[in-house]
Design a protein around this ligand. Structure first.
Ligand SMILES: [Zn+2]
Length: 391
């Protein structure tokens, strides 16, 4: 498991949006490994994407047949996010995996290769022990999760592979002891605010209009208003409240003595499903108009990402109860069922009415420098998958 994980970390699979060449090389390496396992079937569903040199975003599905035709799907993603600031990687270089204290460091180790390897070795072990699973285990390895899934799980769903009576696990989020089963998520609203004033010499501010000051004041006022109005808590979610965060800030002028004529800030909001996104957008627009009148600046609002939370998976759906039983049996802990703020491939299943759960045992170091996978978590999660397959 360790060697396979490390060999995959060595092949970056970065999206074209982030300047990468996609997932093909990594998918081919993985495919080679899957072929050695003597599985019942391996299928490819590559999506066309002219932005990458190969023109393909690969998706692989590997099957181990069971006693009946119900399927247990385990869906993991091939793509990774870029390493970010390299100097912050103090434990290892992002694509040169290193083992230290039971952890394998490298970009993509936790997100999502720890779970990918766990799912593969659950199947490999059943096969080698000659145990025919109760249901067919279908491992899906998809592209494009980090950038919206159009060439990944969305493409696979269009092929009509999934059935409402199947069991689906998306191990792409979780907690440290594997006690959290995610069945719901929040809505998401990301937006850009562009404030336009007038550039001027900093010694004569009256000849311009400082877009930076107005932009900051507007962002803070908006932040306060949204937090006040959308303040409900739902203990079912972690965290229980709507999150509203000013995040990315674009650079403005190159010199200290220039009054900025433009200001750009972004917000990332994860919203409890009870709230209507259109209502929030209306609030932003109302405040925006008020600020424009007061200051003479122009403020443009541009949503960059908007997802309405799909209906949660039924907490009594078979996959939830089977996973809970496996966790109780193997870990001797009581699982908790609930919701999170982030989106995963599971949302695409829920949107078409297919029950899916998100589960894994991770330290939540995804997208960070010094990302790592815990070897014990990888092994122990494989046991849970094998247990559900044979239940
Ligand atoms: Zn992920």
């Amino acid at each position: 498991m360790v060697q396979t994980l490390m060999s995959l970390i060595r092949i970056p699979a970065i999206a074209p949006e982030n300047g990468g060449e996609g997932e093909l090389k990594k998918a081919e390496k993985l495919n080679e490994f899957l072929k050695t396992m003597d599985l019942d079937r391996i299928e490819r569903y590559d999506a066309e994407d002219k932005r990458v040199q190969s023109g393909k975003r690969p998706n692989i599905v590997a099957y181990l047949n069971g006693k009946n035709d119900q399927k247990l799907w385990i869906v993991t993603h091939l793509d990774i996010v870029p390493p970010g600031e390299e100097s912050l990687w103090t434990m290892t270089k992002p694509f040169e995996p290193t083992i230290k204290n039971g952890r394998i460091y490298g970009r993509g180790s936790e997100d999502n290769m720890q779970s990918m390897i766990a799912s593969i070795f659950a199947v490999k072990t059943l096969k080698e022990l000659d145990i025919k699973p109760s249901r067919t285990v279908a491992l899906a390895f998809v592209s494009d999760e980090e950038q919206g899934s159009k060439y990944g799980i969305e493409h696979l769903i269009k092929q009509g592979l999934f059935n409402p009576k199947d069991l689906t696990i998306v191990p792409d989020s979780g907690n440290g002891d594997g006690s959290f089963i995610e069945i719901a998520e929040k809505s998401a609203l990301w937006f850009k605010l562009l404030t336009i004033g007038k550039q001027a010499h900093a010694s004569r501010p009256y000849t311009g209009l400082n877009a930076h000051r107005i932009g900051m004041q507007f962002a803070l006022e908006l932040d306060r208003l949204l937090h006040e109005k959308y303040s409900d808590k739902d203990e079912y979610f972690d965290p229980p409240e709507t999150t509203i965060e000013p995040t990315k800030k674009e650079a403005n002028v190159d010199a200290i003595n220039i009054i900025p004529g433009e200001d750009v800030i972004y917000f990332d909001c994860r919203i409890l499903p009870r709230y209507n996104l259109e209502e929030i957008i209306k609030d932003v627009n109302n405040l925006r108009t008020k600020f424009e009148k007061q200051t003479g600046a122009q403020i443009k609002f541009e949503p960059t990402h908007k997802t309405v939370a799909p209906k949660p998976t039924d907490p009594h759906a078979p996959i939830v109860e089977m996973l809970a039983e496996a966790i109780r049996n193997i870990r001797k802990i009581e699982p908790k069922v609930g919701g999170i703020g982030g989106g995963t491939c599971a949302a695409f299943f829920r949107r078409i009415g297919l029950p899916a759960v998100v589960w894994s045992t991770i330290d939540e170091v995804a997208h960070q420098p010094n990302e790592y996978a815990k070897i014990d978590n990888m092994v122990n999660d494989a046991k849970v998958y094998a247990s559900i397959a044979t239940m």
